[in-house]
Ligand binder design. Sequence first.
Ligand SMILES: CC(C)(COP(=O)(O)OP(=O)(O)OC[C@H]1O[C@@H](n2cnc3c(N)ncnc32)[C@H](O)[C@@H]1OP(=O)(O)O)[C@@H](O)C(=O)NCCC(=O)NCCS
Length: 152
Amino acid sequence: MQEPVILPVPVFSTLANAAFALRREVFVWEQKVPPEVELDHYDLEATHFAAIAEGEVVGTLRLVYLREHVKIGRVAVRQHFRGRGIARKMIGIAMDHARAQGHDRFYLGAQSDKLEFYRSLGFVPFGPEFIDGGMPHRAMRDYDKDSARLAD
Ligand SMILES: CC(C)(COP(=O)(O)OP(=O)(O)OC[C@H]1O[C@@H](n2cnc3c(N)ncnc32)[C@H](O)[C@@H]1OP(=O)(O)O)[C@@H](O)C(=O)NCCC(=O)NCCS
C-alpha cells in the first residue's frame, strides 16, 4: 500500500461526507454505537481529518477546540486498512496541525481496551471509567501528566 494522504477537510465536502460514512460503518455498524449519538453538534465546529489510500477515505478523526484543551475524537480506520499505522499517523498529523495554531494541550476519551495505544502516543489516563456510546472509556490527556496520575 502507498503511504496514505492525510489532510484536514471542510465539514461540507465530499471528503467529509465519506469520512462521516466511514464513522457510521465503524461506530454504528461495527461497534453498535447508537446512531443518534454518533453525529453530534461538535461536528459542525470540529476540524475533520481524512486519510486517503487507494482512492478512498480509509481513516478519519476530528479535533474539537475546547477552552481547556483540544479534544481528539471519532478516530476510525476501515477494517481492511487496520494495523498499518494509519491511526498513529493521523493522530500525529492532527496534533501537529493544532500545534501550528498554538494549541498544545490534548485530551481524548479512549475506549478502555485502547489505553496502551494512546499511552504510546504520550497520553495518560485519569479519573474513573465511564460509559460512552455503550462502551467503557477512560479520560486521557497529554499535559499535566503528574496530576493526571494523582487523580487516577
Ligand atoms: C483503533 C483504530 C483506530 C486503530 O487504527 P489502526 O490504523 O489499525 O492503528 P495503527 O495501525 O496506527 O496501530 C496503532 C497501535 O494501536 C494498536 N491497536 C490497533 N488496533 C487496536 C485495537 N483494536 N485494540 C488495541 N490496540 C490496537 C496497534 O497494535 C498499534 O500498536 P503498535 O504501534 O505498538 O504496533 C482502529 O482499530 C479502529 O478504527 N477501531 C474501531 C474504532 C475505534 O475503536 N476507535 C478508537 C476509539 S478510542
